[in-house]
Design a protein around this ligand. Sequence first.
Ligand SMILES: Cc1cc2nc3c(=O)[nH]c(=O)nc-3n(C[C@H](O)[C@H](O)[C@H](O)COP(=O)(O)O)c2cc1C
Length: 314
Amino acid sequence: MSADIDAVLEVDTRVDLAGIALRNPVLAASGTFGYGSEFAPFLDLRKIGGFVAKSLTLEPRVGNPPPRIAEAASGLLNSISLENVGVEAFIHEKLPAIPEGVVVVTSAFETEIDRYAEVCRRLTGVPRIAGIEINASCPHVKSGGIEFGQDPQVLRQLVRSVRRATTLPLLVKLSPNVTSIAEMARVCEGEGADGLSLINAVQALEVDVERRRPVLANGLGGLSGPAIRPIALRMVWQAAEAVKIPICGIGGIDSAQDAVKFLLCGASAVQVGTRNYLNPSAAQEIAEGMQAWAKGRGITRLADLVGTLEMPRR
Ligand SMILES: Cc1cc2nc3c(=O)[nH]c(=O)nc-3n(C[C@H](O)[C@H](O)[C@H](O)COP(=O)(O)O)c2cc1C
């Protein structure tokens, strides 16, 4: 009898994110979770939905000089840039270290469209890789350094090219540094992206008044953490209104309730980023917390929450 009641109250946490089957909607975000196995001592990688590995380029890269990370009010400023082991070292050295049963999403990052496509080609067909997330926040060398995700025409070409290069589920991670996120979302949907991830870090500047210099050696950086959460929620809601493909919500998620907010705004899944630095077990705690939150309210399926925000209509 009591077993029956428990079964009835069990919360279905499963999610289909753009063709990637997840046991729950919580992934760890690219660049904040290394290549996955670094976090194995702190959480059970099989108890989270999965993780997105650090963005990969064709060749290994060292990134920007320090200081490239600084605290900000309710957030973090970083200019790590392109640092990564390169796509081949990921496939041959990092991937085999990840325990079986863990959902691995890879992330591609490059300075030219053909190079993005080549990274995707190399990741395609590799066992264990569940999907590719395209990091569209990289400066495009041929457009004078503007981010791929900031110009709808450049973004269109990028998504068209990477779509042709892979049969894996394809998520496009959008830059928040745009006027209309809805337009960018529609461009990706029109070119065959299976889903969207948003948002990446918000372009920002912090200043050392005594030295009269930026605090980061690079000058500008990306702001992440709770400071950007309301911006991210707004953009997820606007993107969800604009397209039918699923959305993975990212930006300042610190708790299960924060994650639920993204589902209400239309995200099918979420990613936890900066919080991993403060608490490396955060993603699992948030996944379990969402289940407990739903159970406490008699909600039997997390997916039923998606897009149920009651927004006032004018
Ligand atoms: C130190 C650091 C490195 C990051 N590196 C990447 C990266 O390699 N690729 C990427 O797509 N996003 C990267 N991001 C952005 C995060 O994945 C995420 O989109 C952003 O930080 C917002 O989420 P959060 O507020 O939960 O951190 C990085 C963020 C931080 C803080």
